[in-house]
Design a protein around this ligand. Structure first.
Ligand code: CMC
Length: 439
């Protein structure tokens, strides 16, 4: 069922807007969780006005049946299922199926899905040569977006977003290949041979194998890390209309192919205000530790309006309460460190920072809490991942969410190309003075 069919226009509610001497009644749309929106799609036609909302703080770009989140209450559900339950009972591949196909798979469906993804894990041999063209110190997010974009040059027979079969094969290929593409970027950066995937391993085991195995000796993925990786990927798997997902949707709305749309999403995720925050957060914690662990000094810096320093991994556009993902990840962090018998000073400092910030008037007033990126990096460090791979991990996790939104958009009969309007504030009409007459 398309999302458009699920949105209800209220029979009892309308919004009345008075503009100059005109009064217009605007329809109210109500979602399944009773969220309400004023439908302004024909406002300009009726009044000559548009709405202005920089950063889309208050603008719904679509209806969607994928993820529900309530930032005031700290609720996150994929397709109706609470994130806490998905982390407890499902693995990442199962969660991906749920997001993309809208239902939890039965055993048979899940096995077929896993099988198909296993089947596509290798990348074309010619693609391996790409890795020699990047500088050794290239950021892996740059490699990830380039190589994902380049998939469209290898699979030209399946790029039509309106063809269901072509869409399906592209989705399976991308889910299967993204970990391979990511792990190769790491192997290249440290000068080790690229490790082929091993299809008898699970999704997360296989990723750890491609990252950390070498051809000269056996490698056994640690089950503690496999479990933690599944959990982190599930926590990242979708978050409704965030910056990168909106990017995927807007690029996809021009009918660009899946690989091009996801490549754009990866670029959007890279920024430190979005997925890049996990990398930035660990660098910040390292700096605090190196600086003697003076947590208060950094909280004060974050509050100082003359200083552009922000507490990374803190604050969220939608959550005005503890991010439920941060709660899950903090617990997992504690568990992983104690199971591996590791004592990471960054975890200590992170907990102190959280404590100080949460008791500080500045953070209380603005409802700033730890977000998903605050503790995730500490688990990635325990896995042995280098800091510049953290955002890549976020991308692997977010992939099924991006795909689900891209598919939902293409299945909705109401989708139109994404094309916001603007209020022009530049010079009014003026005439060109030929170059020889200009001052
Ligand atoms: N440290 C200090 N002050 C902050 C922070 C922070 N981390 N976050 C927000 N503020 C202040 C901000 O200065 C502003 O204060 P004032 O009202 O005095 O001007 C107020 O809180 C509201 O902030 P905003 O920037 O208007 O809020 P936003 O919704 O536009 O931005 C955010 C949300 C996530 C970009 C922002 O909180 C931030 O920069 N956080 C740090 C980066 C980060 O952790 N990003 C990851 C977000 S979660 C995962 C993801 O999306 O990828």
């Amino acid at each position: 069922m398309s999302t458009a069919e699920k949105a209800t226009t209220s029979k009892s509610l309308t919004a009345r807007l008075q503009v100059e001497d005109k009064s217009v009644d605007l329809p109210v749309v109500v979602g399944t969780e009773n969220e309400k929106a004023i439908d302004i799609s024909d406002l300009r036609k009726r009044t000559g006005y548009i709405t202005l909302d920089e950063g889309f703080v208050n603008t719904g770009s679509t209806t969607s049946a994928i993820t529900f989140l309530n930032g005031e209450q700290g609720i996150l559900r994929y397709r109706g299922y609470p994130i806490e339950q998905l982390c407890e009972y499902c693995d990442f591949v199962e969660t991906s199926y749920l997001l993309i196909y809208g239902k939890l798979p039965n055993r048979h469906e899940l096995e077929r899905f896993r099988e198909s993804i296993r089947h596509h894990t290798m990348i074309h041999e010619d693609m391996r040569a790409f890795y020699n063209g990047f500088p050794r110190d290239a950021h892996p997010m740059a490699i990830l977006s380039s190589v994902v974009g380049a998939l469209s040059t290898f699979y030209q027979d399946s790029l039509d977003p309106h063809d269901k079969e072509q869409r399906e094969i592209s989705i399976h290929r991308l889910l299967a290949k993204l970990p391979t593409i990511a792990a190769y970027s790491y192997k290249k950066s440290i000068g080790q041979p690229l490790m082929y995937p091993r299809n008898e391993l699970s999704y997360c085991e296989n990723f750890l194998h491609m990252m950390f195995a070498v051809p000269t000796q056996d490698y056994e993925p640690n089950p503690v890390l496999v479990e933690a990786l599944n959990l982190l990927l599930i926590c990242h798997a979708d978050h409704e209309q965030n910056c990168s997902t909106s990017t995927v949707r807007i690029v996809g709305s021009s009918n660009a192919n899946l690989f091009a749309s996801i490549s754009a999403g990866i670029c959007a995720l890279w920024g430190p205000l979005h997925g890049g925050a996990n990398e930035a957060c660990v660098r910040m914690l390292q700096q605090i530790v190196a600086d003697g662990g003076n947590v208060k000094k950094y909280v004060d810096k974050a509050k100082d309006k003359k200083d552009n320093f922000r507490l990374m991994g803190f604050g969220h556009r939608v959550y005005k309460n503890y991010d439920p993902r941060a709660l899950i990840i903090k617990k997992a962090c504690d568990k992983v460190l104690s199971q591996l018998n590791l004592n990471d000073p960054l975890f200590e400092v992170a907990q102190q920072l959280e404590q100080v910030a949460l008791q500080d008037e500045y953070f209380i007033e603005r409802k700033l809490y730890p977000n998903v990126d605050f503790y995730s990096g500490i688990i990635y460090r325990a896995m042995g991942l280098p800091t510049n791979m953290f955002t890549v991990m976020f991308a692997i996790g977010r992939l099924p969410g991006w795909i689900a939104h891209w598919v939902e958009m293409h299945e909705s009969p109401t989708t139109r190309i994404g094309r916001p309007r603007q209020i022009y504030v530049g010079p009014t009409k003026r005439d060109v003075i030929p170059i020889d007459q200009r001052d």
